[in-house]
Design a protein around this ligand. Structure first.
Ligand code: TA6
Length: 298
């Protein structure tokens, strides 16, 4: 007998699935194959869903795990090898995949885990002004932890270069009280001040707007949240870069889909391939960008 449940739900203009397993509940939108929320049974949500989220076609929801692909962030800040792949005049921030409908390939139990797989068929030559053929899959495995894998396979006969991210929004008690473990001593790009390269001194806490690309990131990072007595753990593979973002007061006020004080309850720690860590896929080659999200009691 199946020990999971899949219900369809409509949120504004978006088709969604609420998937409940013995371990956790997930809400996933068809658009962007975007995980909108993740709540282990009997625990607080690990991912953050903005209470002013807008569920509109073509617009990424401020929540969960948006998939940024085939470029990350401001297109112009990408290396020439990534920019050369796209021929459009307007390049939306964070690429083309997060605002399009993906296809749900299936939900099945594999041992203790639930395996949910999505495909973006348009990535095989039909994305506007991005004329490359890549099989793009998002595999979500729900067990004691949440495993998210973004798999790209070059089906064409020329190399393809990508930047990308699993732009995860985590739920925190109060961002001013948390810190991130694992970035001490790392070089980072300070995007708020001319994209200068700096070095992280000591531990990373939050007292103002933060938008940084950490380079040479280790596989394990964690968000330590003493008030909620938990550590959110991230184990990344296929990535050497991590983006850490909190909009703080003024930026949050400018965002129509975030409450003025919403910045206090979220922190983005993004598993990425950006800056000097872009992915070059030779014909036939594959790359998997993967993060495993879990929690530990403090
Ligand atoms: O990943 C950090 C970042 O690129 C920030 O610069 C900020 O703009 C954020 O993502 C959100 O971007 P979005 O396009 O979703 O509003």
């Amino acid at each position: 007998m199946a020990t999971f449940k899949v219900d369809t739900e409509q949120h504004g203009e978006l088709n969604c699935w609420r998937i409940t397993s013995r371990h956790a509940e997930l809400l996933i939108a068809q658009q962007g194959a975007q995980i909108l929320s993740y709540q282990p049974i009997g625990d607080e949500p690990l991912l953050w869903l903005s209470d002013q989220a807008i569920f509109r076609q073509g617009k990424s929801v401020r929540a969960g795990v948006p998939v940024c692909w085939p470029w990350f962030s401001n297109f112009q800040r990408n290396p020439d090898s990534v920019k050369a792949m796209y021929h459009g005049s307007e390049a939306p921030a964070h690429g083309l995949a997060r605002g399009r409908d993906w296809q749900l390939l299936g939900v099945e139990e594999v041992g203790e885990n639930l395996r949910i797989e999505f495909d973006l068929p348009e990535a095989q030559g039909q994305l506007p002004d991005w004329p490359h053929k890549v099989e793009l899959r998002l595999l979500i495995e729900l067990g004691e932890q949440l495993h998210v894998s973004l798999c790209s396979r070059n089906l064409g006969d020329a190399s393809v270069t990508l930047s990308q991210a699993l732009h995860s929004y985590f739920a925190v008690s109060d961002v001013r009280q948390v810190h991130v473990e694992g970035v001490e001593g790392l070089p980072y790009i300070e995007t708020l001040e001319g994209w200068e390269q700096r070095t992280q001194q000591g531990k990373l806490g939050f007292a103002s707007e933060t938008d940084r690309i950490y380079l040479n990131a280790p596989e394990r990072l964690a968000i330590v949240d003493p008030q909620w007595k938990r550590r959110i753990t991230l184990h990344a593979t296929g990535s050497r870069s991590a983006v850490i973002w909190n909009p703080w007061t003024d930026r949050a006020r400018e965002l129509p889909d975030m409450a003025d004080d919403g910045w206090q309850r979220m922190l983005c720690v993004e598993t990425a391939n950006v800056w000097d860590d872009v992915v070059e896929l030779k014909p036939g080659a594959s790359h998997v960008l993967r993060v495993v999200i879990g929690r530990e009691a403090l």
